[in-house]
Design a protein around this ligand. Sequence first.
Ligand code: OAD
Length: 257
Amino acid sequence: MSLRASHQQFTNILRRAKHIVVFTGAGVSAESGIPTFRDALTGLWSHFDPSQLATADAFRRDPELVWGWYEWRRMKVMRAVPNAAHEAIAVMAQWVPKLTLITQNVDDLHERAGSEAPIRLHGSLFAPRCSACQRPAVHLEGIPGEPEGGRRMAPPTCSHCGGLIRPGVVWFGEALPEAALSQSFEAARNCDVLISIGTSSLVQPAAEIPFTAAQAGATVVQVNPNPTPLDHLAHFNMRAPSAQLLPALVEETWGGN
Ligand code: OAD
């Protein structure tokens, strides 16, 4: 895919940037076959009720339902592979003096594409911990032939205190990891360019990050096939699927180097 002339201006800004923040949401993994949350028809929240699956109360009420659902999602991610967008972001990091990758995603596709240590705002499907003593735990091996939507599964118990092991993700009503949050806002205040990719920009406090960057004077660009609340603030809105757009953008910006 070739970039339109209006993008030329953006590639110049990118080439000059000393610090780029890449901020990703579920849309960056959509082309790897991982469902987003809020897309009509295909989003997880159009099939599943977050209050029954993504809160600490839900886990207390029905740990087998919640654990089974997250195991189903983890299996889906394990069978998926990074797409051209994840790869383009990893390549971009080699060209820019400093690139900070912040993700709201709980999959591990950025790392598998070669991005080192993204800042994880919403935790990880691969970092379970004890719901009682908070010690980290390890996962059992995958479950073959997982049915669509998962099945009830008893969560393992903690080898230290016997508490139930919970998924290492941030649930609705829970605080985001403090260090990740402060590093993210610090990066947003100190970058030249912030690229928001594949997020509906609806979930706080993460959604505030591009606004903070804009207030501090950064150029904000959005890659998303659909409109979001960030549209009016972004200096550039690139309405395309990220796995199509990002490789072309990286190639046009740094390909001649
Ligand atoms: P959403 O599902 O809210 O939004 C996904 C966005 O990706 C939408 O704006 C889509 O238009 C866009 N999109 C879809 N396909 C795309 C593609 N191929 N390329 C680029 N963009 C595409 O997901 P998030 O914004 O990540 O929270 O959701 C934020 C948080 O809400 C998640 O981290 C999760 C959820 O509840 C937790 O797990 C705590």
